[in-house]
Design a protein around this ligand. Structure first.
Ligand code: PMP
Length: 311
């Protein structure tokens, strides 16, 4: 079956969506990307995209950091994503990757006076949730990139070298993930997920100024926690050692969704398993993304069936 991509302002077979080795973005990391999940609801036979418009807003915000000139609105991008998913006709959980990149085939490190391309593809992606098992995390020896070096609030391609260093060190040292400190030594986030802990029934997460990505899953979970579970929330600096004292902690993001942290630096968090608040949040989250929570149907967009899917 043909797979599709959006490339050069149109849909095409994915094998035709290729760039030259001279492409600016390939040489210098001058691009930005997004990552959106779509959940297959087997009962209604619908693919539901989670917070599509919000992801497109953040994608275009990342593009601002790049000074990208792109003739699109969040809604026009969302329409392309829906059409692509309709053409791909996934009947399983999947993931959409939109990219804006400096497309000129020339050298010279800069952002201005360059053309910007838009490319979008999608892949099947399972749930990745480790279920009852909590993950093992170690503090990274790498620091999070700083807003004054490479702004981490956007998803800039070059910035993910930092994430790659962090993830590889963590996995080769036997952990599932890393917790990363910022230049001031306070908790920032994981390699590609935001961090939240629970202390005495209060949710605590670093402020946006802690060099974190402005996570959409985090935003969703904080809303669920405050609105549905009535939990208080603090956004403040977190010391490394305060996490050792936490009752619960979890990572959240489009890829990981929500993963309970069982231990940090070989010290158990809470009782070492997925905490009760984390488990409750996960339950609400999975109901919402599969379109089963009437309070949050505005967060999911069904993919219209496309004519390709019927052939
Ligand atoms: N931080 C980083 C560095 C990430 O790459 C991601 C994944 N996009 C997140 C946090 C989580 O953000 P979101 O929930 O919007 O996917």
């Amino acid at each position: 079956m043909t797979r599709f991509a959006y490339f050069h302002d149109d849909f095409c077979p994915i094998d035709d969506a290729r760039v030259s080795i001279m492409t600016h973005s390939f040489n210098y990391g001058t691009g930005c990307f997004g990552g959106v999940r779509a959940y297959w609801n087997a009962e209604s036979e619908q693919l539901l995209v989670f917070r599509l418009r919000d992801h497109m807003v953040r994608f275009l915000n990342s593009a601002k950091l790049l000074m990208a000139q792109i003739d699109h609105t969040p809604d026009s991008l969302a329409a392309i994503v829906l059409q692509l998913l309709g053409m791909e006709a996934w009947r399983e959980n999947s993931y959409v990757r939109p990219i804006i990149y400096k497309s000129d085939e020339r050298l010279g490190v800069q952002l201005h006076d360059l053309h910007d391309g838009l490319a979008i593809f999608s892949v099947p992606m399972g749930r990745y949730l480790s279920g009852a098992d909590a993950i093992r995390v170690g503090v990274s020896s790498w620091r999070r990139i700083d807003d004054l070096a490479i702004p981490p609030r956007g998803k800039l391609i070059g910035a993910y070298m930092n994430s790659a260093l962090i993830k590889t060190e963590a996995v080769l040292n036997g952990y599932d993930e890393a917790l990363v400190l910022d230049q001031s030594g306070h908790v920032s986030e994981a390699s590609a997920a935001n961090f939240v802990m629970v202390r005495n029934g209060t949710l605590v997460t670093p402020p946006r100024s802690a060099n974190v990505l402005e996570g959409i899953t985090l935003d969703a979970l904080l809303e669920i926690a405050t609105q549905k579970l009535g939990l208080p929330l603090e956004m403040r600096e977190i010391d490394r050692s305060e996490v050792y004292y936490a009752d619960e902690a979890f990572l959240c993001g489009t890829g990981v969704q929500i993963e309970g942290i069982g231990e940090l630096d070989h010290r158990p968090i809470g009782n070492g398993g997925v905490g009760p608040i984390t488990a409750q949040l996960r339950e609400h989250f999975l109901r919402i993304v599969s379109g089963q929570d009437p309070d949050y149907v505005h967060w999911v967009t069904p993919v219209p069936i496309h004519e390709h899917a019927l052939m």
